[in-house]
Write a protein that binds this ligand. Sequence first.
Ligand code: BTN
Length: 312
Amino acid sequence: MQETRRAVLSALGEGPITGPELADRLDVSRAAVWKHVEELRSEGFDIDAGPAGYSLVGTPEYGGIAVEYGLEAPFEIEFHHEIDSTNRRARELAMAGAGDIAVVAAAQSSGRGRLDRDWASPPGGVYLSVVVRPDLPLAHAPVFTMAAAVAVVRTAREAGVDARIKWPNDVLVPRADDRARKLAGVLTEMEGEADRVAWLVVGVGINVSQGEDRLVDGSTSLGLEGGSVERRLIAQRFLKEFHQLRLTPNEVLPEWRDRSLTLGRQVRVESSDGVVEGEAKEVAFPGSLLVDTGEEIVTVAAGDCEHLRPTE
Ligand code: BTN
């Protein structure tokens, strides 16, 4: 966000403050103050102009400035009311050299999931893709995907929903009938240079306020689970947790294990090397699943994992 606008917002948040006082404090003209106030109003900020001056009385439900205002992470926000895919746009920005930026959309027309699947992205969800440029060997990159899943779990918990992770990075809400519902997914894309990560795009789709009619079968949303549904706060919380986890990567796998729905279960994993069936024993750095087939322990680096029901 532009520095002056950030300063205007923060002063209005502590308001009331008069136009001349604000102009003095920020060392800008009164006309500039008025222009910022009008721009913020057009973005949906509710700014009261009373006898004691301006004060901020309401923040818009969603939008770029709304997400940046109060964001406790150093990401620039590029907001779209609708876009084809935030991952596609984030890749474009990454290839042009950008870093520490999050592309956030209220809806996507061609949202993409893992394994070339579609990701239904109607209004009501949070769709965002973060561009990061960590100084890491390529082989360590999966930790960022795991970090995103853990960040979603923390975000869901903050919203009042107890979510768990299915390897490698599906976020599910468990059900008594053992048919957990999908709440969120993570799609990571990256480019490397000389065995180092050049950039990573970590895309996350979280079902927030969609009702049954706007969800694909087997999915759920924070709202349906009785959680809070303010997309601005959900996006901000995710970005804060993701940023915190990238600073403390050693916390990622232990917390992933704690929140795992996969470990200890019978699973069937399809990977490029074939199908592995057995008990999911452990997740090992940087995110591989260790499966005990009964004859050997097989390490699977990537694949599609199905939880087998106890009777299968
Ligand atoms: C999955 O298959 O579970 C991963 C889904 C990832 C969807 C998100 S929504 C934001 C970002 N943009 C996309 O096109 N996909 C990811």
